[in-house]
Design a protein around this ligand. Structure first.
Ligand SMILES: *Cc1c(COP(=O)(O)O)cnc(C)c1O
Length: 379
């Protein structure tokens, strides 16, 4: 493996050591023909695994029918996917866009229009995206610093610290924005008591409660929405990553009890609701059943137990197929050693190894990943 210099690409990502040319289920193949077990899933995107037959067939069929008509006209896949998401949520309307950051931009605008208030309470270490609005409410100063001034009004509380949450309260807050598990900030699950306090605070302030489920949603934590495990139903939910199994898509769900703020002309997206992406999204929703979710929860328990026995691991956190192992030092060397041994992993912050395998990963894949990590950690 030698580092490839991507000279015609702006260097917004570190130089790559591997070029993948093919995927199949939980496996990736590089340009030298070497196979890797994929426990990154394209950063929690390829939820059903590479080339899963259901979204593959749905996208192929839609490619042969209609690619784009614009939102000035109706298309069947967008309507049908919206209905499925509404059913899963229990009554909502959906705005479609193309990415997680755009979904959060839609949530920011929706809350502003609905409440007339510019303030947002978000969490330290959170991640909501790279565009100016989403970046403004991302609790990672290093990602924000070079791009100030950002959108004003963001207030940050510490995850799972009710006192700091209450200290962030202000009458001008129109949105409380939480990730059920902070996926980029160290795999930090929010405690039900903290989320209940946030919901109560939002209610008291006349603010909307939004869950950014861009990473945790679409089955990743063992329920379709992660919030189902927290006992709180938000007014807004954003989804993206796994919704179309790798085709670009994002969306904002607005609960029935919070509808009415957006009217024609308030928001839009040329590519939003793309028929091919939505067709794949429908197939994804229809494939995520109770059996698959049960297997995700069981694999998650096994992963957490296995990771806890690795040398250098000081804490394990997460749920289902979104788990993290905090190490006593940087996680990158373990990540590199695992990649050398044929296992693709992620980090989440400097010291946390993150695993986000496809939901279809089997118990034997989990055992293989743990074996590789055990050997890599001993090196
Ligand atoms: C990845 C992610 C985003 C940003 O999604 P993009 O598609 O990269 O814009 C936002 N929020 C969370 C929680 C994410 O994990």
């Amino acid at each position: 493996m030698s580092t490839v210099l991507d000279t015609a690409l702006l260097p917004t990502y570190p130089a790559t050591k591997v070029t993948f040319v093919e995927g199949d289920g939980v496996w990736l193949t590089d340009d030298a023909g070497r196979r890797y077990l994929d426990f990154a899933g394209g950063i929690a995107v390829v939820g059903l695994g590479h080339r899963h037959p259901a979204p593959l067939a749905a996208a192929h069929a839609q490619l042969d029918k209609l690619w784009h008509a614009s939102n000035l006209f109706g298309t069947e896949p967008a309507r049908a996917l919206a209905q499925r998401l509404s059913d899963r949520f229990g009554g909502a309307q959906v705005f479609f866009c193309n990415s997680g950051t755009e979904a959060n931009e839609a949530a920011l605008k929706y809350a502003r229009k609905a409440t007339g208030k510019p303030g947002v309470i978000a969490l330290e270490q959170s991640f909501h995206g790279r565009t100016m609005g989403a970046l403004s409410v991302t609790g990672q100063p290093a990602k924000r610093a070079a791009f100030e001034p950002l959108v004003p009004g963001a207030r940050f509380a510490q995850p799972n610290d009710v006192e700091s949450l209450l200290a962030a309260a202000s009458d001008d807050v129109g949105l409380v924005l939480l990730e059920p598990i902070l996926g980029e900030g160290g795999v930090i699950p929010l405690e039900p008591g903290f989320v209940a306090a946030a919901a109560a605070l939002a209610d008291r302030l006349g603010a909307l409660l939004a869950f950014d489920e861009v990473q945790t949603g679409v089955g990743r934590t063992g329920t379709f929405f992660a919030f189902e495990q927290l006992g709180i139903r938000p007014q807004l939910v954003t989804l993206a990553k796994a919704l179309a199994n790798g085709l670009p898509i994002g969306c904002l769900l607005v609960a029935d009890d919070a509808l009415g703020a957006f009217v024609p002309g308030d928001h839009g997206s040329t590519f939003g609701g793309n028929p091919v992406s939505c067709a794949a999204g429908i197939a994804v929703c229809d494939t995520i059943d109770d059996e698959l979710l049960m297997s995700v929860r069981a694999n998650g328990e096994r992963l957490l137990a296995g990771l806890a026995t690795l040398p250098g691991v000081v804490d394990t956190r997460g749920a289902g197929h979104l788990v993290g192992a905090e190490l006593s030092g940087p996680a990158q060397p373990l990540l590199d050693a695992a990649l050398d041994a044929g296992l693709v992993c992620l980090t989440s912050g400097a010291n946390v190894l993150r695993l986000a395998p496809p939901l279809v990963a089997q118990p034997e894949d989990v055992e293989r990943a743990l074996e590789i990590l055990t050997e890599a950690a001993a090196r």
